[in-house]
Structure formats: C-alpha cells, structure tokens
Design a protein around this ligand. Sequence first.
Ligand code: ADP
Ligand code: MG
Length: 699
Amino acid sequence: MNTRRIPELFGSMVFNDKAMRAYLPEETYLALKRTIKNGKSLDKTIAGTVAAAMRDWALERGATHFTHWFQPMTGITAEKHDSFITPDNADGILMEFSGKELIKGEPDASSFPHGGLRATFEARGYTAWDPTAYAFIKDETLCIPTVFYSYGGEALDKKTPLLRSEEALNRQAMRIIRLFGNEDVTKTQTTVGPEQEYFLIDESVYRARKDLVLCGRTLFGAMPPKGQEMDDHYFGTLKPRVNAFMKDLDEELWKLGIYARTEHNEAAPAQHELAPIYSRTNTATDHNQLTMELMKKVAARHGMACLLHEKPFYGVNGSGKHNNWSISTNTGVNLLEPGDSPQENTQFLLFLAAVIKAVDEHQDLMRFSIASAGNDHRLGGNEAPPAIVSMFLGDDLNAILLAIEEGTVYAPENAMVMKGGVHTLPRFSRDATDRNRTSPFAFTNNKFEFRMPGASASIADPNIILNTIIADTLAQFADFLENAEDLNEALQQLIQNTIKKHKRIIFNGNNYSSEWVEEAERRGLLNLPTTMDVLPYFVSPENIELFTRHKVFTAEEMRSRYEIMVENYCKTLQIEARTLIDMIKSDILPSAFREEQQVANTLLKKREALSGLPSKAEESLLRQLADLADRLHSGCFHFEKNLQKAQNIKDFYEQGLYYRDHIFTGLQELRGIIDEMETIIPAENWPFPTYYDLLFSVH
Ligand code: ADP
Ligand code: MG
C-alpha cells in the first residue's frame, strides 16, 4: 500500500473529533464535546443536528444503513440494521436519520440473555447512545455505540456496568488526588491495551471439522509428531499468507481508528498475536470487539479461519488476552508510574498499595471476571496462569516494599530514600519488572498486566471488576486519610500496614509449578479450578454489598448475570456433548467398523490363501480396534444418558455442577479413546483432518 496514505486512512471511518469539527456547527460541536467530557446524556435539542451531520458524513462514505451497536450478555456485539430511506410522499425517498433515532432504539430484545430480568411478556429492551464512544462505519452501516437496558432500567449489557465502574473509580481516585493537593486534575480514567491471541488455519480443514465450526475447539485429535517443542514458531518469520492477512487486517482496523501496532507469531504452530496501543477503557473494549470480528472476516477473505477459542487444540498453547491496565489523570499523569517528586512517589506507592489490597481481598472476583467453560481448559495448563490469583511486582519494587514494611531504608545506587516521611523512588527499568511471564497479574513498568482473561471473552468483565475493587480500596484509604491529623504520618502508616497485611498475594516464583499450588494453600489463597467453583462467589452478600455501594450493579443485575453465566456454562457443554455424540455416531464409529472389516478381510484372505501364514499384526490390530470400538460405543451410550439427565435437572446451579462432573469429564474420557483410535486408523480412513492437517495447514 501507499504508506503516505496511512495517516489519511487512519480513523477515516470514524465520526471522531476531526469529523465532528468538520460536519457540526460550532455551537453544536462544543455542546457535544461538553457532553462527552462530562459523561452526561446529550441535550435533546442538539441531537437532531448531530444526527443530520452524522448522516451526511456517513452517506458520503457509502453508508446506506444505520444501527445501534451494543454488547449484550452474549459476550459479542449485536446490531439490527435500518436503512436511511424514508418516503418523500412523491413516490420517492429521502435519506433520513433523526435525533430520536440517534439517541434511543428499541430492538426486539426477547432473545438476548437476561437471566430472569425481563419476563417474556415484557420483552422490550432499549438501546441508548453512548456519546463517549465514537460512531463508525462498518459494512456500509453507520454504527452508533449504545448501552442496552430493560424496561425497568436494569443493565442488559456489558458496557453499562463498565461505564459505571469507571465513574466509581474516578470518584474515589479523585478523593486521593485531592489529598495530595493536586488542583489541576479534574478527572481520572483507566487505560487498557488488550493483547489478542488467535489461531489461523486453512478454511478447508476448518470446514471439515464439525467441532471447530460448532464449538470453536477440537473435541479430539491426537498430537502430531511435532507440536511446539522447538519453540521455533514464536516470533518466527511470518508465512506469506499470514503476512498478507495481517496487512489487510491492520488496514481495516486503522480505518476504524484502532491502533493496531504489533503483530507476531505466538508459541504454538498457527498461533499469532495482535497488540494495539492502549486507549481509554471504554474505547479499548469497543475496539477489541471490532478486532475480533474483523479478524474472522479478514481471515475468511484470505481463505482461512480465525479461531478465538481459549483452547482450540490440546497439547499446544491456548489463547489468552492480556489485559494491560493502568489509571491516569486528565493532565496526562500515569498514576502507576513513580513520579519525579517525592510527593508523586508517595502517591504512586499509595495506588500500588490499593491494587495489592484490592487483588488480595477480592481474589474471588478476579477469578470470576475471567471464568468461562472455554477458559477452564486453559487456566492451570502449562502455558497459562493457574486458577490461583497472585501478583508479581519484580525485584526492585519488592525490595522497596520490604524496606517499607520493615521500616528500613532501601538504598542501592538508584536509591529510594525517605525524606521527611516521603519516598523518593527510582524509575523501574523494564527488565526488573518484566521477567515473570507465569504470573496471573504482573506489574510491568507502569501498568498491570492481567493475563488470565481468555481470548474470546469481552474485556469489559475483567475491567468492571478491577475498577470496582480498586475504587472500594481507595474509598477506604480516603476515609482514613481524610480524617488524619498528620497526613504524611498517616500515609506511611497506611502503606506499611497494607503491605504487611496483604503481601501474601505477592508471588515472584514460577506460577506453573506444583510447589506454588501447595505454597498458595499455606498462604490461604483461593484456588478455584473450575468456573462452577467460582460463580457463586459473585453473589455473596459481601459482593452484592460492594457493587451496590459503588452503584456498578444492582442486586438484581448481579443475580441475573450469575444465572446467565451458569446457563452459558451449561449450554457450552451441552453443545460440545451433542457435537461429539454426533461425530462419534455418524463418522468415527463407522470408520472404525470399516477399518475392522478391512483388517478382518485381510486376515480371512490370508487364511484362505495359505493356512499358517503369520498374521499376528492383523490379529492384534483387529483386537485393538474391536476393543476401542466397544469402549467408544458403550462410553458414548453412557454419556448420552448423562446428557439426558443433565438436561432434566431443574435447579440451574445443580445442573451446572452436573455438567461439570459428568459432561466435562465425559468429554475428556471419550476423547482419550478417540485419540487412541486415530493413531491406529490409517489417515485415508480417518474421517477428519488431523492435528497435523490443522496446525500446519497454512503455508
Ligand atoms: P509487552 O507486554 O508485549 O512486552 P508492552 O509492554 O509494550 O508489550 O505493551 C503491552 C500492551 O500494554 C500494549 O497494548 C500497550 O499499549 C499497553 N500499555 C502500555 N502502557 C499502558 C498503560 N499506561 N495503560 C494500559 N496499557 C498500556
Ligand atoms: Mg504481554
């Protein structure tokens, strides 16, 4: 491409500040900017003007339709397109888009997950424009980012609580900032840079695997002779098709104003990663959804399928989404960066202490925020953080915290000294903080990297949790400090006490080792290996109290979300179970029978030809095949019975437990038999592409 075009291309499909300035009358532009800045709803009188400008802008760029674009509890985005056409009463049409259509929508929402919040007779759901996110054009359609709520005003989406959690954190962070006498700051905001992992395989092999198409992951597949043992794929040269895909993807993302920046191969064969430059959390969340959608679309254009499942293949790495998180002020100061003055350094230590306390006290919520049936396959695997939440801070910071805890002075060359009760900190070198890749939550220079989220999930959930638990801790800090007689002394005491009390959450060793599991238990940390273990924690009385106190969720919203998550878990396993049963019955067993027949025929023919010919190989193979076919047949029979039982359980939580204990495990057991079969049935008789075919399909 013509590289000079890139700056012009960037954001060309976004109704961003530049477009607003160009298409809106000055006073409307200023009113809209005020609305965006203050997070208030848009003045109805200017909505019409904004809508007309958006329409003109969109028509010039080839858009024919508009849609409210929202993020229901499915975890993906939803849209319903309406065209701009309106009859002009002279047998013709006008292209219209009104202020009312911009501000509010009423999609027929009865089929979106609502967890009991919306009785079916009251199926109405509403979407309302979120002016803090830019409108954009995708597929010739003007997309208006919106929130989605029920008739009773309860949130039915992921964006509403995310925006509320941002407000909650801002309220409390501002109290702290005021204590430090900082008057220029009027607002804080969190920033996120989500690194997205994914697999690319050839479309033809993808289509031939029903499990990949229906479940997003392979339900069986024997390991090929070579997996990721040699680590030769990581950062390796990009294959031409992958390179072409990435270039094309970058271009599509840039048009939408998404700062796609880093693209590289990941550890597993066929695995890749895309990292954008970080942005405001609301924007980053929208952008990550668009990135996932475009990855799939652009891959299809290149004859490939993009897999976003957390664990598409056993035996090689799964895919995560590292959520890099920080908080900064509207004056551009990153609050997780040690500053230039002792004052700023103490402020940094206070925010750091808040994160440490929050993560330790709310391990359950951290684990909850990334829980899904898909991610259960990945957490605790040898490539992903375990299901135990802990933090990594790096050597420098650890030494500093230790010195604070013990009331001593930390003094290497780039010393931290205490002057008049305040800390002077060195800037941390990248190296010192970036060494541990096994920690679920690592401090990396000036941000935290939360590595537990799964590749397919919305990043709204982990960020809602992070924002809220840190808001709550800051609130407690502010309560204490605002009443202190001597602020400096109180700060010292608070930071020191917090470290003493919560240092058990800090772990700098290898999180993948079995020793860590034992050590974590000794420390009293939570170990919640499966989604079903963690979901009930969300609706504990303390957690309901926490979220309602900060107005992030109502109690009803929480219960409904809990119900939806259990339901999702059951549905995921139900689909996987049905898919596997179908594949076994219609393809795997029949091919085993055919193979048996072939071997038996050979055996008979041999005997007919000449009795006493050696035939141990055929006999043993036939026995092995018959045994496996028998085991698979009876295993599948029991599995089907269990599935029926699961479907008939009335209590939704009991049902979830049953799915975990009988279906999840049943899937593994059947897979063991199938994988064994695959290794003895010749490739030409095996009805599906193998792991070799899948993982090495793109060249
Ligand atoms: P890596 O983790 O691969 O070594 P980087 O540390 O450069 O790479 O960045 C990882 C991600 O963290 C990028 O998406 C980057 O934009 C993001 N990031 C950097 N600074 C911040 C910040 N202050 N807030 C949120 N995300 C950030
Ligand atoms: Mg990273």
